[in-house]
Design a protein around this ligand. Structure first.
Ligand SMILES: CC(C)(COP(=O)(O)OP(=O)(O)OC[C@H]1O[C@@H](n2cnc3c(N)ncnc32)[C@H](O)[C@@H]1OP(=O)(O)O)[C@@H](O)C(=O)NCCC(=O)NCCS
Length: 393
């Protein structure tokens, strides 16, 4: 389309549906979600297969470099990302100050710290640097997010940060930096599967936000801060801690049916059920159920009972709505069993989603066109004259 055609189109914009539902706004090679099929993929590979068969680093490489690494590339990528886990001294010094903000909200603290680190390491506008430099910055920021998050969390508790252990991969290192203890391998692998499953999920609101900011040519830090802001909204960041709260409130199996029925009858939504895109089983919930049950414990068994009861209640009271278990329901159980505190559930999600955000920023920067839609003006007809006698005060 010629520039003149584009300008003519901009003067007569087509009104997209609210929420841009059903509107594609870009082409991407990163991945996609097929809601009717209950399938999502990263660069063509079934994401649940990747979570089962690959390490965090292999899938991170796939998303940021475009291809699955061979063993030699994996070794190099792992070594490179381990080296990038060091915070600039001036940021380390300031983390306890950020953590002192009352009330302490870990995701808000991360948003502030990402902005700080972006300035401290001198991230330049993506427009002014090469695609390779953008990619290097993407990997560095992704490697630093767990260090920031765990450092902030520990500082808030009056604890010293735990240095990243170079022998541990992303997931195990995250757990170790958070708890101060070398994690059980089974727990680390369970969390790794969760992290892989949540790296990316189509053109979601935070990814779109990151791309809009990147499209202005701004630096990677600005795009990540915007993405974290978008994720913090309750309609997006999800609420694995709320699903766990439901389990706590129910308490015992015999109370599940009446509790859940009452909630739905009173118009409340059952946390961890329903999805805007998936109209069949959410593949993430299927794998996380399996992971939770493999980890074992009373909570996982209880969760399975509550899940079955909730599906029965939804079927009875909301027939035909196609409501299934979503990613949030078992995510909380898995993270809780692995020792991640509840207020770190959404920040942990932000940590893995940074892989998807940075991949999207790299893609946007490499084929950039400023994202600048229009709106249909529906206010009083212009041009309006100023009211008679109205003047500067
Ligand atoms: C995720 C969610 C926002 C998607 O909602 P949506 O696509 O906009 O669905 P709608 O609002 O169109 O709901 C369609 C119907 O299903 C019902 N419904 C949807 N999710 C429900 C839930 N979790 N519990 C009970 N009823 C639910 C709605 O009340 C509505 O019923 P109605 O036809 O009688 O009015 C919604 O399912 C929800 O709020 N789930 C609970 C929160 C949650 O688990 N969030 C994490 C998502 S990953």
């Amino acid at each position: 389309m010629s520039n003149a055609d584009l300008v003519a189109k901009a003067d007569n914009p087509v009104l997209a549906p609210p929420g841009l539902e059903g509107v594609a706004v870009a082409e991407t090679t990163i991945g996609d979600v097929r809601g009717e099929e209950g399938f999502f993929h990263y660069r063509g590979y079934n994401a649940t297969v990747l979570a089962r068969e690959c390490s965090f680093e292999q899938v991170w490489h796939l998303l940021i470099e475009g291809e699955l690494p061979d063993p030699e590339q994996t070794k190099r990528f792992r070594a490179d990302t381990v080296r990038l886990r060091t915070l600039p001294e001036q940021v380390s010094r300031l983390l306890p100050e950020i953590a002192r903000i009352d009330p302490f909200v870990p995701l808000d603290a991360l948003r502030t710290a990402v902005s700080l680190v972006a300035s401290a390491i001198g991230l330049q506008p993506t427009m002014d640097i090469s695609a390779e430099e953008v990619r290097q910055q993407a990997v560095r920021m992704t490697a630093l997010v767990p260090v920031l998050l765990t450092g902030l969390y520990r500082a808030h508790q009056g604890l010293e940060p735990v240095a990243a252990d170079p022998d541990l991969d992303y997931a195990a290192s995250y757990l170790q930096m958070l708890t101060g203890e070398r994690p059980d391998e089974v727990h680390a692998r369970a969390v790794e599967k969760y992290l892989i499953l949540t790296m990316d999920h189509g053109f979601n609101a935070s990814t779109f936000t990151a791309r809009v900011i990147a499209s202005t040519g701004a630096d990677m830090g600005s795009a990540l801060v915007g993405a974290i802001g978008a994720l913090s909204g309750p309609l997006h960041g999800g609420a694995p801690s709320r699903a766990l709260h439901t389990l706590d409130e129910i308490g015992t199996e015999d109370r599940a049916y009446d509790y859940l029925k009452e909630k739905v009858i009173s118009g409340e939504r059952l946390m961890g059920f329903g999805h805007r895109v998936y109209k069949t089983d959410d593949p993430r919930s299927t794998l996380l159920r399996e992971v939770a049950l493999q980890l074992g414990g009373e909570q996982a068994q209880f969760a399975e009972h509550v899940e079955q009861t909730a599906l029965q209640v939804l079927n009875e009271l909301k027939p035909g709505r196609r409501l299934y278990t979503n990613v949030e329901f078992y995510a909380g159980v898995v993270m809780n069993t692995a020792g991640i505190p509840r207020d770190m559930f959404t920040p942990t999600f932000a940590s893995s989603r940074t892989v998807g955000w940075t991949a999207a920023i790299c893609e946007q920067a490499s084929h950039n066109r400023l994202i600048r839609p229009s709106a249909v003006y529906v206010g009083p007809p212009p041009p309006r004259p100023l009211p008679v006698g109205y003047h500067y005060v």
